[in-house]
Design a binder for this molecule. Structure first.
Ligand SMILES: Cc1cc2nc3c(=O)[nH]c(=O)nc-3n(C[C@H](O)[C@H](O)[C@H](O)COP(=O)(O)O)c2cc1C
Length: 228
């Protein structure tokens, strides 16, 4: 069953076959503006008829990547938990802070650990990146940095991104965005992304057969990144 959403008339399947979207806030801080943005995205996901699984980095606290620890014990339980949540979702949204013009180390560390599982869980995952920052560019540089490892891992990172500038004063008390134009833009970005993600679950022609991830057994002999 499909129904148009209010914001953009995009149709997204609702009901038991609804698209499941993992919405991950890249900050665990109380009062995090990225967690607030993630909550808004999750609300828009639900309004569109899809299912949102809202998470934050604190749910996946893991040690710094260590190749010896991996060899001895395998990936830590939190990495396995994040992998499970990723596998249960057809799409991923990350709301990430910008740290020193890049992504937070804790987020990159989680990506590194999760990338060690086979099949590699980010491969072919429809992914939308959003950010919030007190700065005038809303943490957008961090998203460009985050795009690099995700695209390297074969995630289908949506071309449009949403970065909320002056985020410390951008939210109303009820959690909504103050600016109506930004509210509409966020809703339209999320809806367009969901429409593509859902189409990707139904139309095999969207799947990129040419794509090769180094280390993916299906497309090439196993290659360890450390041995490149
Ligand atoms: C280590 C560190 C580096 C930061 N670097 C940047 C930066 O490069 N650009 C930026 O816009 N904000 C930067 N900030 C400020 C964050 O955008 C701000 O703390 C924001 O509130 C973090 O997101 P959160 O509220 O979701 O935790 C930095 C903050 C920290 C702690």
């Amino acid at each position: 069953m499909t129904e148009p959403t209010e914001a953009t008339d995009v149709t997204v399947t609702v009901g038991p076959d609804a698209l499941r979207v993992l919405v991950l806030a890249g900050s665990s801080r109380a009062g995090s503006v990225n967690a607030r943005l993630a909550a808004l995205v999750a609300g828009q996901v639900e309004r569109s008829g899809a299912t949102a699984d809202l998470a934050r980095m604190r749910d996946f606290a893991m040690p710094a990547y260590d190749g010896d620890a991996e060899a001895d014990e395998g990936p830590p339980p939190a990495a396995a938990a994040l992998r499970e949540r990723l596998l249960a979702a057809q799409a991923l949204v990350i709301a990430s802070p910008e740290y020193n013009a890049s992504m937070p180390g804790v987020l990159k560390n989680a990506v590194d650990w999760v990338s060690r599982f086979r099949p590699q869980p980010f491969k072919d995952k429809q992914t939308l990146l959003v950010s919030a920052s007190p700065s005038m560019v809303g943490g957008n540089r961090g998203l460009w940095a985050l795009r690099v490892p995700l695209e390297h891992l074969g995630a289908r990172v949506y071309p449009d991104m949403f970065s909320l500038a002056m985020a410390h004063s951008a939210f109303r008390e009820d959690g909504e965005l103050v600016d109506e134009g930004l509210r509409e833009r966020l809703a339209a970005t999320v809806d367009s992304f969901l429409a593509l993600a859902e189409a990707d679950t139904r139309y095999l022609c969207l799947q990129r057969r040419w794509y090769e991830f180094l280390g993916d057994e299906s497309s090439a002999p196993i290659t360890q990144r450390a041995e490149d």
